[in-house]
Design a protein around this ligand. Structure first.
Ligand code: GLN
Length: 484
């Protein structure tokens, strides 16, 4: 087996028994990057030198017996998480040459655990998008079919993991950006509860929705990564001080006693037949594994989630992106006057989707429209939260598709923002409610991957991992790798 195809736990066994060194493993991954990158363009920056240095340090730690399951295991970090001394671009011209003076908390904690970082993952600019076509630098294609999108905005990290340019990755998810690309690339993607993982050092898109999480080859690996990135961080005011369990303890291979619900609103109009078939088979499998399944759950406010998201997210984005004025960070156009400089900085620094969001957000927050749009969206948000809370009184978890379709063609939706936004109907409500969501590989339709989404109440990460793990043990869909 190629070393780059290992999972974290497999790599850890080999490192621990000293059959493989971290330097060997890292070199194998770097070689894979060198050969695959030409086709997939999943990385904005390859950090070869740093990776090899970190690998040597990891080997020392392993020799000294002072290591964790992540020590010496190569990873990709999405390019919107600050990495000290390494440029962090958000795949935007605006931050093309921005080198952060500090590490994001997650990066700092992973470094403590023995991180080997091989690169920074390509993404939709400022995490706005669902296809990676909004990266200012490159379109990352889907490794299962190079004419299709890998999903977004964490398309680079997803593809990196799928093709072995990394053993695991960190992504961020504001409306689906971890789960949707994970589903599209046949890997596992986990968005934890809002507040579970620190956002300090994550370049802000929509602060009340953003959350960092693992993107891995299997569920056990997501549990392992969670063990190191979850936890209270006083530098993020929304970080929750709530005990962090050992997530690997929830990897139990049966579902006895669990009550699952299938909300019918997620089997939306326009859903691809093949996806629906895969989902029905997958849910039947959960029943076989011991869960009781109610196929008739209704969450009637789901249909308003998309509209609410596309008011709340752009409103917050518009405020967050005001900092890119050409003075404080990143790209700066030297204009004839202060206003000219500021205008031209934004005109040239931001791509079209980012501008669209800023315009939408400014409109939604402007005097006279605030009550009709932003305030209304916040009220809808409360209703959606309550509806989920009610459902979780009756069910331990809800099961939905991650996306209504398989990966779409590059170019198919990029000029039609509404169609693009609709590709996230199944993932957005989860961020609106702040609850956790796990996407696991569930099979293939027309030869392309389909993801199953598992949702739970706040801080029920362990239940979601258990369901994902039990399902994975029985089906092993995620073991299939694209040929590149
Ligand atoms: N695709 C959604 C959007 O464009 C979600 C993106 C994300 O989760 N960062 O906003």
């Amino acid at each position: 087996m190629n070393l780059y195809n290992l999972t974290i736990h497999q790599a850890h066994q080999l490192l621990k028994s000293k059959e493989v060194s971290s330097v060997e493993l890292t070199k194998a991954v770097l070689k894979r990057i060198a050969e695959a990158e030409e086709k997939v363009r999943a990385l904005v920056t390859v950090t070869e030198e740093i990776a090899l240095l970190q690998a040597e340090q990891a080997d020392q730690r392993i020799r000294a017996g002072d290591f964790t399951p992540l020590t010496g295991v190569p990873a990709v970090i999405k390019d919107n998480m600050c990495t000290k001394g390494i440029r962090t671009t958000c795949s935007s011209r605006m931050l093309e040459n921005f080198v952060p003076p500090y590490d994001a908390t997650v990066v700092e904690w992973l470094k403590d655990a023995g991180l080997v970082m091989v690169g920074k993952g390509n993404m939709d600019e400022f995490a706005m998008g669902s296809s990676n076509e909004h990266s200012a630098f490159a379109i990352t294609p889907n490794p299962w079919d190079l004419s299709r999108v890998p999903g977004g905005s964490s398309g680079g990290p997803a593809v990196g993991v799928a093709v072995g340019e990394a053993i695991y990755a960190l992504g961020s998810d504001t409306g689906g950006s971890i789960r949707q690309p994970a589903g599209f690339c046949n890997i596992v993607g986990f968005k934890p509860t809002y507040g579970r993982v620190s956002r300090y050092g994550l370049v802000a898109f929509a602060s009340s929705l953003d959350q960092i999480g693992p993107m891995t080859k299997d569920v056990a690996d997501s549990a392992l990564v969670m063990n190191f990135i979850a936890g209270y961080d006083p530098r993020d005011s929304t970080s929750v001080n709530y005990p962090v369990p050992d997530y690997t303890k929830s990897l139990i291979p049966d579902l006895n006693g669990l009550r699952l619900g299938v909300p019918k609103e997620y089997f939306v109009e326009g859903m691809q037949e093949g996806v629906e078939e895969v989902m029905r088979t997958a849910i039947a499998k959960l029943e076989e594994l011991g869960a009781t399944v109610d196929w008739e759950v209704s969450l009637p406010h789901t249909e308003y989630a998309l509209a609410a998201y596309y008011l709340i997210a752009p409103s917050e984005a518009m405020a967050n992106l005001a900092r890119y004025d050409g003075v404080k960070y990143g790209f700066s156009y030297e204009g004839e006057s202060m206003w000219d400089a500021m205008e031209r900085t934004r005109q040239l620094g931001f791509g079209p989707e980012v501008k669209r969001r800023i315009i939408l957000g400014t409109y939604a927050l402007s005097a006279g429209y605030y009550d009709a749009y932003y305030l209304k969206a916040q009220k809808v948000r409360t209703l959606i939260r309550r509806e989920f809370a009610d459902a979780f009184e009756r069910y331990d978890a809800l099961i939905t598709p991650t996306s209504p379709t398989v990966p779409f063609k590059i170019g198919e939706k990029v000029d039609d923002p509404l169609q693009m936004y609709l590709s996230d109907v199944c993932t957005l409500p989860i961020n609106i409610a702040g609850i956790p969501g796990l996407s696991v590989p569930a099979g293939f339709a027309d030869g392309l991957p389909v993801g199953m989404q598992i949702l739970g109440k706040p801080f029920s990460e362990e239940t979601l991992l258990r369901i994902g793990f039990a399902y994975e043990q029985q089906t092993r869909w995620g073991e299939r790798r694209p040929e590149i």
